[in-house]
Design a protein around this ligand. Structure first.
Ligand code: IP8
Length: 250
């Protein structure tokens, strides 16, 4: 049974301040993951380490070589902090940088060399991926969000649990989290969906929902939950449904 967990950049960093990590939160998240680390693929958002440099260099709309280098090395630094916190919490893990193992076409993943990830899982190592810049067959380069990675990986490994943690209680409608949403309800709630706070170049809550609805179309349910509330990460890793369930319309 494989679990794909995403922890949003809004939890791990201050999204409004460049290169500002939240070390206490990174440690807390790592400790919660350490309660149930088996068969988990971890993806984390880029937060201020990715969205601020990406915006500064006009990514993904501009092709800027220095911007790609600066943005990648910045998100890789955040990944290093996450890997370090996980290993301190007793989790064996390795960073996997999307820039080096996948190729986009029009901003969407076209090919992804997944074998190392599968080999890590087989051998008790947690792969740790993150939103990143990536080369693109049609647009030279673009950004691959953690949410797109989650959907792609969940499909590739036929994940049993797919949980996307952000800093809100799920998909909020009139201020309250919906317990379940399918593509059928999307048009009714779409205009009321609040985007993520802070600088975000990959679509915030709306982008997240669209990725997960595509996944639901393939028969894989997921959830969007509040990873900022202590205990929630451990709960989702133990199979509990927390927040909003994203499912397939009947
Ligand atoms: O925070 C964005 O990933 P996300 C990646 O998962 C960059 O949307 C480089 C901005």
């Amino acid at each position: 049974m494989t679990l794909v967990l995403k922890i949003g950049g809004s939890i791990l960093t201050d999204k409004n301040r460049k290169l500002t990590a939240r070390p206490d939160e990174i440690t807390r998240v790592a400790k919660e993951i350490a309660i149930h680390p088996n068969d988990v693929v971890l993806v984390h958002g880029a937060g201020s380490f990715g969205h601020i440099p990406a915006k500064k260099y006009g990514l993904p709309h501009e092709f800027d070589r220095a911007g790609l280098r600066v943005t990648h090395s910045s998100v890789a630094k955040l990944c290093e902090k996450v890997v370090e916190a996980l290993s301190l919490a007793g989790v064996e893990c390795l960073p996997v940088h999307p820039l080096s193992c996948l190729y986009l076409r029009g901003g969407r993943i076209d090919s992804f060399f997944m074998e190392p990830i599968k080999e890590m899982l087989t051998n008790g190592i947690m792969p740790v991926l993150h939103g990143d810049v990536a080369m693109d067959a049609t647009g030279k380069a673009a950004i691959v969000s953690g949410d797109q990675l989650v959907a792609y990986i969940a499909k590739a490994v036929q994940a049993e649990v797919v949980a996307v943690g952000s800093n809100v209680d799920g998909v909020l409608f009139s201020g309250k989290p919906l317990s379940r949403i399918t593509r059928k309800e999307l048009s009714q709630v779409e205009s009321a969906i609040v985007g993520s706070a802070g600088v975000d170049v990959t679509g915030g809550m709306r982008g997240k929902l669209l990725e997960l609805l595509d996944l639901a179309d393939l028969g894989i349910d997921s959830m969007i939950f509040n990873a900022g509330i202590e205990g929630n990460i451990a709960r989702v890793l133990l199979g509990e449904c927390v927040g909003t369930r994203i499912g397939r319309a009947n």
